[in-house]
Structure formats: structure tokens, C-alpha cells
Design a protein around this ligand. Structure first.
Ligand code: DQA
Length: 147
């Protein structure tokens, strides 16, 4: 199976920006990051797409199925709290979607508790740093058999 990871605005800066919230590990070497999960699930492939633009993220979601992906991990960044359009696209994706946040959005500023994306996802992982992505990938690898 092939999982698409969609990272929203500012997540290209992960590893450098606000390390107290987002950690010091970057997405620069995905093959290293996902090495252990990929070994555990032969045939698993992971592709990371990042954009700072809402429309580009929506385009990536809309094309995910036709591009051969069988599951999506999404971290919409700040669009989590604002984007009805991205949530609608995820609902229409016809693929299992898991939401991940590096930081624990429910223990930070009040505005981060307002989450428009969660209801479009099977589940959400918040506050476990990069490990959240690995756990989400394992979940999708376990639950998308036959795809
Ligand atoms: C984030 C949390 C959001 O509130 C924030 O705007 C981000 C990153 C996270 O991964 O913790 O950009 O999605």
C-alpha cells in the first residue's frame, strides 16, 4: 500500500521552528523516518507532500485515490482551525484519513482547540511529535488490507 502524507503550511520548517512545540526532527529524510515501519510492512510506501497553499493541499487530496494512494495522513497545520474546504475534500477522498499534529493542540491556545478537520478523519493523534506519523502509518498499514 502507498500512504500519502499531506503536510500543511509551515510544516516544511519542522525541526527549526518552535522546537518546544514541534520538536527538532525534520521531514528532510523520510526514508530514515519511516524506515522501521516500512520494514515491518513489506510493500508499504510513504510519500510526503507539503504545501503552504490551501488549494494545493485540496488538489492533492482530490487526486490521492486516482494517483494510487490507499490512505492519507494529514497534518493541515493552521488550516486545521480554519479550512472547511480542506475538511470537505478529505470527506470526499474515499480513502481512510488519519489526522496528526506534532503538538498537543488541546493543551495550547484556545483557538487551536477549534478543529474543523477531525470529523473528516477516522482518528486523530495530537502531541506525540513525529511518532504520531509513524503510529498513523502503522494503523493505515494494518487497516487497509486488500487495497
Ligand atoms: C500543528 C498545530 C497547529 O495548530 C499549527 O498551526 C501548526 C502545526 C501541529 O502539528 O502541532 O502549524 O498542526
Amino acid at each position: 500500500m502507498h500512504i500519502l502524507i499531506i503536510n500543511g503550511p509551515n510544516l516544511n520548517l519542522t525541526g527549526q521552528r518552535e522546537p518546544a512545540h514541534y520538536g527538532t526532527v525534520s521531514f528532510d529524510h523520510p526514508e530514515q523516518l519511516f524506515d522501521q515501519v516500512i520494514r515491518r510492512y513489506p510493500g508499504l510506501q510513504v510519500t510526503i507532500y507539503q504545501s503552504n497553499h490551501e488549494g494545493d493541499l485540496i488538489d492533492a487530496v482530490q487526486r490521492a485515490r486516482e494517483n494510487g494512494f490507499s490512505g492519507i495522513i494529514v497534518n493541515p497545520g493552521a488550516f486545521t482551525h480554519t479550512s472547511v474546504a480542506l475538511a470537505d475534500a478529505l470527506r470526499a477522498a474515499a480513502l481512510p484519513v488519519v489526522e496528526v499534529h506534532l503538538s498537543h493542540i488541546y493543551t495550547r491556545e484556545v483557538f487551536r482547540r477549534h478543529n474543523l478537520i477531525a470529523t473528516a478523519c477516522i482518528g486523530s493523534i495530537s502531541g506525540l511529535g513525529i511518532d504520531g506519523y509513524l503510529l498513523a502509518a502503522e494503523y493505515l498499514a494494518n487497516h487497509s488490507a486488500g487495497e
